[in-house]
Write a protein that binds this ligand. Structure first.
Ligand code: MRU
Length: 316
């Protein structure tokens, strides 16, 4: 498993990250030397996954301070990089609120995010039982968080505990985060898996080969409605039809209590050329799964069940 600093780190004058666009074929680092370059790395998915986007944005602000960039301009360019993962805006707000050394706070955010993942994986163990066949979508592993992972972290931990027999990794069209990144991480962790086409999920469930669906999230509204990679809602409907529980694993930095429900979650619309350069295409990158289709949400505070109350006070 990659160490957090192998995924993303702050150096003097640079944010250095593992370029996820090149994986699994090549393990190449990308050095960003301005907030704008960090924003471009986020926009183009060199670094992606909600918590990792937040960590990158925090490092971007620290980098801007190191270079003496205009703080408001740096913040604006980072905030415009991607709209859906609330971790980006959460991390920028954390940096706004910090009066001390920006590098210190940014590094602390990274450490805290990794620790939240560890705690989520421990809490999630209670939702697994021996011999489970688990399906996951997109990539919610160490790469997506700066270390350990949310959904994949929980799956790997449950596998270590002898509770996971096999994983189905949805390939995740159009950018193949599942086929490229989740598969790479599961292979490294020694978890038995197969990649399947997104459209094979229904058949796999109908064959009785899926016991549990586990995914991450990009933004969770106060009522539990959850935005995640496009196709998650489709999986949730399928899981409901087949009586299979759907579990979301996501840190509190992904919870947006300012939104009562998922209706107002901004959905990123990416370039249609990611689907086809020949024909007109629409390319929404996320969808919202209604809370009613979610069996449990695991945060670092514990396991939340319907009716979801994600306010920190609920677990104080
Ligand atoms: O477009 P991406 O690759 O950033 O989308 C990522 C996802 O949808 C993940 O499932 C989500 O961010 C959770 S990451 C722990």
């Amino acid at each position: 498993m990659l160490a957090p600093e192998e995924i993303i780190r702050l150096e003097d004058g640079a944010v250095v990250l593992l370029d996820q666009r090149q994986l699994p074929a090549e393990r190449v680092e990308l050095s960003c030397h301005s907030a704008a370059e960090v924003a471009e790395a986020i926009r183009t998915l060199a670094v992606r996954g909600a918590p990792a986007i937040g960590v990158a944005a925090a490092y971007g602000m620290a980098l801007a301070a190191w270079h003496g960039e205009d703080r408001a301009a740096a913040r604006a360019v980072l905030a415009a990089s991607r709209p859906t993962a609330v971790n980006l805006f959460w991390a920028l707000a954390e940096m706004d609120a910090w009066a001390g050394d920006p590098a210190e706070r940014a590094r602390a955010i990274h450490v805290e995010e990794v620790e939240r993942c560890r705690r989520m994986a421990e809490h999630a163990l209670a939702l697994f039982s021996p011999g489970l066949r688990v399906l996951t979508h997109c990539n919610a592993g160490g790469l997506a968080t700066g270390g350990v992972g949310t959904a994949v972290g929980a799956i790997v931990r449950a596998h270590e505990a002898g509770l996971v027999e096999h994983v189905w990794a949805d390939e995740t069209r159009p950018l193949l985060q599942g086929a490229r990144l989740t598969a790479w991480e599961l292979e490294q962790a020694g978890v038995p898996f197969h990649v399947i086409a997104d459209s094979a999920a229904a058949l796999t469930m109908a064959r009785g080969e899926v016991d549990l669906v586990v995914t991450g999230a990009d933004r969770i509204a106060a009522n539990g409605d959850t935005a995640n990679k496009i196709g998650t809602y489709m999986l949730a409907v399928l899981a409901h039809h087949h009586g299979i529980p759907l579990v979301i694993v996501a840190p509190s930095s992904t919870v947006d209590l300012s939104l009562a429900d998922g209706g107002a979650i901004p959905i990123e619309e990416r370039d249609g050329a990611e689907l086809t350069a020949r024909f007109p295409a629409r390319n929404p990158a996320f969808d919202v799964t209604p809370a009613a289709l979610i069996s449990a949400i695991v945060t670092e505070r514990g396991i939340h069940r319907a009716p979801f109350d994600l306010d920190p006070g609920a677990f104080a």
